[in-house]
Design a protein around this ligand. Structure first.
Ligand code: ADP
Length: 251
């Protein structure tokens, strides 16, 4: 458990695939409650970085710590998902044939820590939590709707809601607004801004308007290139950075 300080510490991580370095001495620190956007051209290593944090890919070297004392490189992928790290892939993966409510209920029951068996009724507290999350993800009116009938953006929110049911300390989100309408994108920015502080968020994103909305001109963004950090700073600063301009225009 940690209330302040470092949420995620990535130090000098290298990952090679057949001699090709997808990550090259990557180091990054995310503070508790921080919302950090990660940008960078295709092939920069963003997905590989998420894979290392979640235990899907083993690095050749380096350290990955969660909070002050959990060495993530010693844990298996399944265990990492259970200690408060939630990952959202680009494509929504909800149970299409179940209702929105049932999706959230299942997410809760899949969490070992919740001790809610599939065969037990939800407690009042758990029902309240589902209600809160339905409101956060703008789906209160759609609780009984079949998830398969939701819009693409609503499915993305539902999946974020499912992650939130497990009360993650750290959320990793891969291009969460890809394919969303402008209005859905704005509401997603609102959602993330409301999560910031209580959760740490790492958002990999290509949509610079969305990054601008999330960072509000005062939060740091990280630019990855060729497997390491090319620049870090305010969006306006990195966008004016010659090295950053070069890697984006060079493609
Ligand atoms: P990004 O998510 O920033 O687009 P990736 O992490 O997907 O970048 O990829 C970084 C580099 O590593 C790319 O050049 C990609 O082709 C390579 N790569 C990723 N995964 C593998 C793999 N399993 N085998 C071989 N090369 C890979």
């Amino acid at each position: 458990e940690f209330a302040q300080g470092v949420a995620l510490y990535v130090d000098d991580i290298t990952v090679s695939f057949d001699g090709f370095r997808a990550l090259n001495a990557l180091s990054l620190t995310i503070n508790v409650g921080e919302l950090r956007c990660i940008i960078g051209p295709n092939g920069a290593g963003k997905t590989t970085m998420m894979d290392v944090i979640t235990g899907k890919t083993r690095p050749d070297k380096g350290k990955v710590h969660f909070g002050s004392n959990i060495d993530l490189l010693r844990l298996r992928e399944n265990d990492i998902a259970q200690i408060g790290i939630g990952r959202k892939f680009q494509k929504p993966t909800v149970y299409e044939e179940l209702s929105v409510f049932e999706n959230l209920e299942l997410a809760l029951k899949a969490d070992r820590r919740a001790r809610a068996s599939l065969f037990h009724r939800l407690t009042g507290e758990q029902l309240d939590r589902i209600g809160e999350i339905l409101a956060l993800i703008h789906l209160k009116e759609s609780a009984q709707r079949t998830a398969g009938l939701l819009s693409h953006g609503q499915k993305q929110w539902l999946e974020i809601g499912m992650l939130l049911m497990q009360d993650p300390k750290l959320l990793l989100l891969d291009e969460p607004v890809a394919g969303m309408t402008d209005e859905e994108t704005e509401r997603t920015a609102e959602l993330f801004l409301s999560l910031e502080g209580q959760h740490s968020l790492v958002v990999v994103e290509h949509d610079m308007k969305f990054v601008d909305e999330l960072t509000q001109g005062r939060k740091k963004v990280t630019v990855l290139h060729e497997g390491s950090v090319l620049a870090e700073g305010l969006l306006s600063e990195v966008q004016a950075n010659e090295k950053v301009v070069e890697v984006y225009l060079g493609r």
